[in-house]
Write a protein that binds this ligand. Sequence first.
Ligand SMILES: [Fe+2]
Length: 128
Amino acid sequence: MEFYKCETCGKEIVILKEGAPETMCCGKPMVKIKPRCLGEKGCEGHTIKMMKKMGRIYLCVGLDSEHPQSDRHYIEWIVVEHENGFTFRKFKVWEDARICLRSCDLCKPINVYVMCNTHGLYKTEMKI
Ligand SMILES: [Fe+2]
């Protein structure tokens, strides 16, 4: 799974299957967004906390305290990539950056992508 952004208009897209020529927007090739791996230095505030409850998995951004969700600094979206596809959740400013999934969809390791409007894209693999 890859993410691209148009540097002119800000559009972001997900590529589900690579191939064909470059993806264009505003007359230019879109730029690949390279995720930082959680666990690297400086990523602490974007670590994913996982909770399991009644057949559901809850993921939230921030380990000791939740990531800020203010108009200047907030989590824009989370994508969880799993064996059967992916789950996308977009957040509004002031909305908690949390996502709830059914654990039966997540029997294998999952990739979690988190987009912070200030710090960029983060990726982590998690085992359920
Ligand atoms: Fe951030």
